[in-house]
Design a protein around this ligand. Sequence first.
Ligand SMILES: Cc1ncc(COP(=O)(O)O)c(C=O)c1O
Length: 396
Amino acid sequence: MSSQILEQFLTENLEELKTQGLYNVIDPLESPNGPIITINGNILINLSSNNYLGLATDDRLKKAAKDALDQFGVGAGAVRTINGTLKLHLELEEKLAEFKHTEAAIAYQSGFNCNMAAISAVMDKNDAILSDELNHASIIDGCRLSRAKIIRYNHSDMEDLRAKAKAAKESGQYNKLMVITDGVFSMDGDIALLPEIVQIAEEFDLITYVDDAHGSGVLGEGAGTVKHYGLSDKIDFQIGTLSKAIGVVGGYVAGKKNLIDWLKVRSRPFLFSTSLTPADVAASKRAIEILMESTELNQKLWENGNYLKQGLKGLGFNIGNSETPITPCIIGEEKLAQQFSKRLIEEGVYAKAIVFPTVPKGTGRVRNMPTAAHTKAMLDEAISIYEKVGKELGII
Ligand SMILES: Cc1ncc(COP(=O)(O)O)c(C=O)c1O
């Protein structure tokens, strides 16, 4: 017999979400996640993936994955510390360190896992973490897991960060202090003010932690936000994901050798969860090589991002303060954002609505993620559909 109390909890809460327009319906893809996708038999221009460089379907990555699969099988067979470390894992980590201009790197099963792993391996209940209020959910959860005091500062507000860092330092209550920020904020596309953050960190002896899930492959000619600002030797933790621009799955931390050595003995997802599959590792390594060999895909991404932004802004959409290819169309009211997305999909553009709790209430939006794989013709068609639906719903 199922629990009455659970049944009541689920029914009430699901109903509530549906009434508020906050219930997210998941549409399965019947095609690869490229610039054009098929959902429910409909062929759509895809503006919703994180496949920034189009590498998720790249033939070179597919070949690397197939070769690794043939040679090493489908699974790594164990956690990294027992005998789930293949030479391939170490090769990937060496490549990541080279890519990030750090002494070493450690790979995890996802970007989300990195934040679960790395924060709590270093911070504990006697410490405090200064965290940007718009940091990603995995950072928030990673901070909670560490049991350190979490001090939120206003988004990219350097005066607020400085004041809170000063107060925390002068309180004498904490052994260690850390500042954590996304490199690129995924819902708005703005870039963290890393030079100012580093300055404040130096002043108050803060450990620096940048989650560059949306900056790697995008900024710094691909190497990320830290490289973009020329701060590679100033940031203690550089987090990245292998699942967005890299096109595969997994995550990593890049930093000094002794930091990575510590994570290898103290970070729980490394110790207690099976390592990345051979195919994922080989494909990720190939992707990093491609990024290091040429900036062609990166340039195409920016070209397409700027083109789409100009088009949507020109039509009168509120695209916020994005400084990267991420292009939100901020609608406001959640139900309208969802209705807008639904109509875009009916007309042939797959651009998903993003609403609370992913973004603050009242800032519902449709977020567009152009990629290097889109053609100008695809973007032109998407812009004309935006115009039609935007006018129909009175948004522009
Ligand atoms: C800032 C940030 N960190 C971590 C993640 C999680 O990465 P992954 O999908 O590899 O788990 C994301 C993904 O949305 C992200 O935006």
